[in-house]
Write a protein that binds this ligand. Structure first.
Ligand SMILES: [Fe+2]
Length: 186
């Protein structure tokens, strides 16, 4: 299997046409790569799992992620990779390893941080403050579709301090914004 970003994007675009979902996948890739670096893991592999984790969502929103296996297998991804993707299903029965815990912890958080940037007057990820993200986490009316429990429980499962986790992911997204295939904000 490839971990080349351009090749992975070609595969993803065969299954996802929606820009918002593509941006979500890119943001997850960026944050997964950042954490792989922090944890001394394989950034190419972690990034690939992040980028492709929602590959079946557009075609099978009600059965996601249960069609990831057939889609990824057709592109030559092995069982371990497919299992890593499947593991972010909320009802996945296995015990998650570090990569899998990280993926689950990031899934909703990246979008929440981007939502925090979008309501700023400058719409800039660079100026998103951790304290403002934490405050908005408590504001139920803000980005109400985002499940706060998944975010906080995910960070707890990773064993990271929540404020540091938010700061780390925000910084990673801000650094990569503009270098990714699509701007994450805007
Ligand atoms: Fe996702």
């Amino acid at each position: 299997m490839t971990t080349d970003h351009k090749e992975l994007m070609k595969i993803l675009r065969q299954h996802v046409g929606n820009d918002a979902l593509l941006k979500h996948c890119l943001a997850t890739e960026i944050a997964m790569r950042a954490y792989a670096g922090k944890f001394g893991q394989d950034a190419g592999y972690w990034g690939a799992v992040g980028l492709l984790h929602d590959i079946d969502f557009e075609k099978f929103p009600d059965e996601h992620p249960h069609h990831a296996r057939e889609l990824l297998a057709a592109h030559g991804f092995d069982d371990a990779f497919i299992t890593d993707v499947e593991s972010h299903g909320r009802e996945w029965p296995g015990e998650r390893n570090l990569l899998q815990k990280t993926l689950l912890a990031l899934d909703e958080l990246t979008g929440f941080i981007i939502a925090c940037a979008l309501v700023r007057p400058d719409k800039s990820l660079d100026n998103v403050e951790v304290k403002s993200v934490l405050k908005k986490m408590k504001d139920k009316a803000f980005a109400r579709a985002v499940n706060r429990e998944t975010i906080t429980e995910g960070a707890a499962a990773m064993g990271v301090d929540f404020a540091e986790h938010v700061a780390f992911v925000t910084k990673a997204l801000a650094a990569a914004n503009g270098h990714s295939d699509l701007p994450l904000v805007g």
